[in-house]
Design a protein around this ligand. Structure first.
Ligand SMILES: *Cc1c(COP(=O)(O)O)cnc(C)c1O
Length: 479
């Protein structure tokens, strides 16, 4: 069970206490007194020890290649290694945005095909690949909505979001100068009466995630679309949960007008730690003329950058997006095909409901039973033992599992959000459930061991509050 050995590597100390070899470069790096090294000590160590040292350092990190990574909403699925290989080929890694289009035909073809595939998957009419992440996609989509209303002389300055929405939704609306109207959910879904009351001639758009962040499919979505459109507003789809429905239905079929895709979630490219992402935006026909420039087009002979978009919102970033991420998403879509994508959704939902059925016997699960690709438990009852959701998730690390998403969505107290994805086996899910239940037993029998967890990781419990209030991001902050 305890897969992570405690990190005890003497080499670092040895390096710090090594022999002075007399060499020290005479440059003033402006490093503060106390941090600057006065002499350079290089120890004599065998290759063996150096290799082990760095291998162990690499193992101090946890990633989707290390083990199960059940972060809800983030869709941390398997990243095929062939995509990593191919995206490192010089034909890919060495191309340059200033290259002549004639020398970029292969890359442009991939971008064009990706636009087409995403439009089909999303039930949209056109796609831009520019945005660098989901949040940036929201910003772009809302900018398009704003331009659309301005073009039609509509004076609309409000965006409605449900209280289950991801924090980026209201943030993107606010960044576009909209007033954010939050509506409360009812039984974990959009409250139609609250929506009706919020809609007005000032509403520019309603932003919705479906299935929502509780993993519940908004069964009234078609009615919601009609209400929003009848009010003269547009419907925005937050695509972070697309992994639950791709191939089964689409935002277009549900009545959405604009959507973003998180290629780094649904379409299997590595993410986390703020690495390169991609948040393409899809729109229905009446919004096509507002897309950012350029889009990749094909005239039957050549692929080219099309800047001829009449009411374009302009550019939302330099160049055309993150090409290596496009390539990985394109490979994933090509490899799986339509049936494979559909099966991925089916398995993601099955895996989620398998774990839900086991774990909801042990911890409360507010709202409806059946979930899509993720579910949200509440750790509220841990409080009886003086513990919180945070303690439970820290203790899971000791058993070799990455913690689930916690404290989101906000409408569930002490929330624990679990998304297993399609790419985990039953054995892996069983192992996670076993560890989870074991921790709940410990809560009853030995709360202290949970409260002081983790015990087996390289870094013990960190002071989150201090880290937020006084972030140390470089040596300059340490001085
Ligand atoms: C991840 C996520 C976003 C934001 O996407 P990024 O790619 O991280 O910018 C928006 N909404 C939901 C529901 C998400 O899970």
């Amino acid at each position: 069970m305890y897969r992570q050995a405690r990190y005890e590597e003497p080499l670092l100390n040895e390096i710090l206490e090594g022999e002075d070899n007399g060499y020290f470069p005479d440059v003033d790096l402006n490093v503060p007194e106390g941090l600057a090294r006065k002499e350079l000590k290089i120890p004599q160590v065998s290759e063996n020890r150096v290799v082990r040292h760095f291998l162990r350092l690499s193992q101090m990190n946890y990633g989707v290649d290390t083990g199960f990574y059940p972060l809800g909403s983030c869709t941390m699925k398997y990243n095929p290694k062939y995509s990593e290989d191919i995206s490192a080929w010089p034909e890919v890694a060495d191309i340059h945005p200033y290259q002549d289009e004639r020398t970029l035909q292969g890359a442009l073809q991939i971008m064009y095909e990706l636009q087409e595939a995403l439009a089909k998957i999303g039930g949209m009419d056109a796609v831009t690949l520019h945005p660098a992440a989901g949040a940036h996609g929201e910003f772009t989509g809302l900018r398009i909505i704003k331009a659309y209303h301005e073009f039609h002389g509509n004076d609309r300055d409000e965006v409605i979001v449900p209280d289950s929405a991801h924090g980026t939704n209201p943030a993107s609306a606010a960044m576009n100068g909209f007033k954010v109207i939050e509506i409360e959910s009812k039984n974990g879904m959009v409250d139609l009466e609250a929506l009706e009351a919020a809609l007005s001639e000032r509403t520019a758009a309603f932003m919705l995630t479906n299935p929502n962040t509780l993993g519940i499919f908004e069964e009234d979505v078609v009615k919601i679309a009609k209400m929003v459109h009848d009010a003269g507003a547009l419907l925005y789809y937050d695509g972070a949960n697309l992994n639950a429905i791709m191939g089964k239905t689409s935002p277009g079929r549900m009545g959405f007008d604009v959507m973003h895709f998180n290629l780094h979630k649904t379409f299997s490219t590595p993410h986390g730690g703020g690495g390169p992402g991609s948040g393409p935006v899809g729109v229905v026909e009446r919004l096509e003329d507002f897309l950012p420039v350029p889009v990749v087009d094909y005239d039957g002979e050549r692929y080219f950058f099309n800047y001829d978009i009449p009411n374009t919102i302009g550019k939302v970033r330099a160049y055309y997006g993150n090409f290596a991420v496009f390539l990985k998403a394109w490979l994933y879509i090509k490899r799986l095909g339509g049936d494979g994508l559909k099966e991925a959704s089916e398995r993601a939902v099955l895996n989620s409901n398998y774990l839900r059925a086991i774990l909801s016997k042990h911890l409360d699960m507010p709202h409806k039973e059946l979930r899509k690709h993720e579910f949200v438990l509440s750790g509220e009852r841990l409080k009886e033992k003086g513990l919180r959701t945070l303690d439970l998730s820290k203790r899971l690390l000791d058993y070799g599992y990455h913690a689930p998403t916690i404290y989101f969505p906000h409408l569930v107290h002490e929330s624990i959000m679990i998304e297993p994805t399609e790419s985990e086996s039953k054995e892996e899910l069983d192992g996670f459930a076993e560890a989870f239940i074991k921790v709940l037993q410990e809560v009853e029998e030995d709360a202290e061991v949970v409260k002081s967890a983790p015990h087996n990781t390289a870094v013990r419990r960190v002071d989150d509050v201090l880290a937020v209030k006084k972030p140390i991001l470089s040596w300059k902050d340490m001085a």
